[in-house]
Design a protein around this ligand. Structure first.
Ligand code: PRP
Ligand code: URA
Length: 210
């Protein structure tokens, strides 16, 4: 089962981005804010190591993150989640995977991939606002595993049951985090009720086609 990160602030902002009258600026701001709030919850249990620190008064033992954190936004729409997370984790490295769904087959086409050098030993957060059929996320996780990454978390804002099932079948080792689990998909592969085309709404590339 996916983890539903349903903090009241996230739910309030989710309502704003679902609203068809929310424009590009407000949509982009709220996607980033939701991503930051989700990352705060998701990183609650990540590994720490103890280090010695000199305060102005004395030496004491303190904690720091034990592992690098790598964010991998799935282009394009995943880019909309990056700034909200790097404002909390400014040392995070960033990889990129380009995936676009063929509009007829709904199959993902991988057109770009570039990763930080130390991705193998990092905690990797894969970012995409939408988990619809799960094809794009599954192919992204395949690509990352080929690169040697093994501690992978999939962070999406809205998911469909079909996408959740696909990830649990293809990648049972990957934890899935959502702000909401929606009802299903329409015949064109859009999530219902969803929020429309996340990439288009983030980047203002299309009038809403419904
Ligand atoms: C959207 C979305 C996901 C994918 C989800 O991207 O951002 O990557 O669809 O659908 P799936 O779960 O059925 O694969 P899209 O292909 O529209 O590309 P874009 O981000 O460039 O708009
Ligand atoms: N991609 C989107 O951007 N929205 C959906 O509803 C499904 C896939």
């Amino acid at each position: 089962m996916p983890h539903i990160v349903n903090h009241p602030l996230i739910q309030h902002k989710l309502t704003l981005i679902r609203n068809k009258n929310t424009g590009t600026k407000e949509f982009r701001e709220n996607v980033n804010e939701i991503a930051g709030l989700m990352a705060y919850e998701i990183t609650r249990n990540i590994e720490l190591r103890e280090i010695r620190t000199e305060t102005p008064l004395m030496s004491c033992m303190t904690w720091e993150l034990a592992r690098d954190i790598v964010l991998v936004p799935v282009l394009r729409a995943g880019l909309g989640m990056v700034d909200g997370i790097t404002s909390l984790i400014p040392t995070a490295k960033i990889g990129h995977v380009g995936m676009v769904r063929d509009h007829n087959s709904l199959e993902p086409i991988n057109y770009y991939a570039k990763f930080p050098y130390r991705i193998k030993n990092s905690v990797v957060l894969v970012l995409d606002p939408m988990l619809a059929t799960g094809g794009s996320a599954s192919a992204t996780l395949d690509r990352l595993k080929k690169e040697g990454a093994f501690e992978l978390k999939l962070v999406c804002i809205v998911g469909a049951p079909e996408g959740v099932e696909r990830i649990s079948k293809d990648h049972p080792d990957v934890e899935v985090f959502l702000a909401a689990l929606d009802d299903g998909l329409n015949e064109k592969g859009y999530i219902l009720p969803g929020l429309g085309d996340a990439g288009d709404r983030l980047f203002g590339t299309n009038d809403f086609p419904f």
